[in-house]
Design a binder for this molecule. Structure first.
Ligand code: SF4
Ligand code: SF4
Length: 358
């Protein structure tokens, strides 16, 4: 199925609210598409898992346009994408170099950039070296450093490109750097592991319409990253889960990073608005934030970890804690002590220590 520029515009109009596009911006976008679209996009896959591309492709799997490859090839001027473009080999690289020489293009980078070993951990293509006149392999570091100063805008797609992310996790043996850290250029960071397709498409639509994208202090579009996950989470205010798998309870004590993570996941959701991490009874792991994953590890507070100042015990909770403090229930094996539960410990509702603690 061919997807036309008109289809893309119809998609943007139909999804204006969720993509964060205003009416006036849609008018500008219509003019841009009517005159042949905006600048070409060169999408470089550096050190990545292709998860962000898969996420982007998933956006169109259930509604028209259904095929993101058609969308990018026939609607937006996608000059180069190693996974989505039809061309391959030298023809594909030629497309990218033509776009580079066209005077104005958008550079999108997925993945962190390896800088150790002179960048040789990640090659992106084979092309003529202008100094020798001979073909050779080019590293992601070389290509991004060459394209970035010429780009109309630079999109860092996913947390790897935005902040280092999974590809730069400790001990970071390949010396991964974010696009901004490598090039020193202004970037629009669209993090997430993976990035949400709406965040990518909405930002590209704004760039094509010539609109300035408002960014937060981490250079993320404010349209999608203005509030933290916790504030919009439907489990905010619910009792804290004491172990995993307890439906509907707040996962804060199990390690949820929602209070320290900015994104609109609770309202936008994923897979066409089907669900999101906490909705699936998993917890937020902070994947849209700088420093992910190291700063947020361990992801899970082990159900069973005693508070740091708590003596190892084989007794029931009620051996030391009073029934009222334990939530009204009475645990087996004790008559009720007087010790306070550690601060922040939820009521145990009559469970024994070993229900949660190993
Ligand atoms: S941000 Fe996550 S999903 Fe995207 S390329 Fe990196 S590891 Fe893969
Ligand atoms: S589950 Fe996480 S995001 Fe939701 S209210 Fe609890 S701590 Fe906040």
């Amino acid at each position: 199925m061919k997807v036309t520029r008109r289809d893309f515009l119809k998609y943007c109009v139909g999804s204006a609210a969720t993509l964060g596009l205003s009416g006036s911006l849609l008018g500008t976008l219509e003019k841009a598409l009517a005159t042949g679209g905006g600048p070409p996009i060169i999408w470089i896959a550096a050190s990545n898992c292709t998860g962000c591309t898969v996420s982007l492709a998933n956006r169109f799997s259930t509604s028209k346009p259904t095929d993101v490859a058609d969308l990018f090839i026939n609607t937006v001027n996608l000059a180069y994408h190693p996974n989505l473009m039809g061309a391959a080999g030298s023809l594909a690289v030629k497309n990218a170099l033509n776009a580079e020489n066209s005077g104005t293009f958008i550079l999108a980078v997925e993945g962190g950039i390896p800088t150790a070993f002179e960048g040789r951990c990640c090659y992106v293509w084979n092309a003529i070296d202008p100094t020798t006149g001979r073909p050779r392999d080019w590293t992601a570091m070389e290509v991004v450093n060459r394209l970035a100063p010429k780009a109309h805008a630079i999109l860092s797609i996913g947390t790897c490109a935005s902040f280092g992310g999974m590809s730069g996790a400790s001990p970071n043996p390949t010396g991964i750097r974010s696009v901004r850290a490598l090039t020193g250029r202004s970037t629009i960071n669209i993090p997430g592991c993976p990035s949400h397709p709406d965040w990518i498409v909405g930002t590209i639509a704004k760039l094509l319409a010539g609109t300035t994208v408002s960014l937060d202090s981490s250079r993320r579009p404010r349209d999608y990253f203005s509030s933290n996950v916790h504030s919009a989470c439907p489990r905010n205010g619910q009792a804290w889960a004491t172990t995993f798998g307890q439906q509907g309870l707040c996962l804060r004590d199990r390690g949820c990073k929602g209070p320290n993570t900015r994104s609109d996941c609770p309202t936008r959701k994923w897979n066409g608005g089907t669900n999101w991490c906490v909705g699936a009874n998993a917890l937020c792991i902070g994947c849209t934030e700088s420093g992910f994953p190291d700063r947020f590890s361990p992801f899970f507070s082990s159900a069973g970890a005693l508070p740091s100042d708590h003596d190892r015990t084989t007794q029931s909770c009620s051996s030391c804690h009073s029934p009222s403090e334990l939530g009204g229930g009475s645990s087996s094996g004790g008559s009720g002590g007087t010790q306070q539960l550690p601060s922040g410990h939820p009521p145990t509702n009559g469970q024994s220590c070993t229900t949660c603690h190993g």
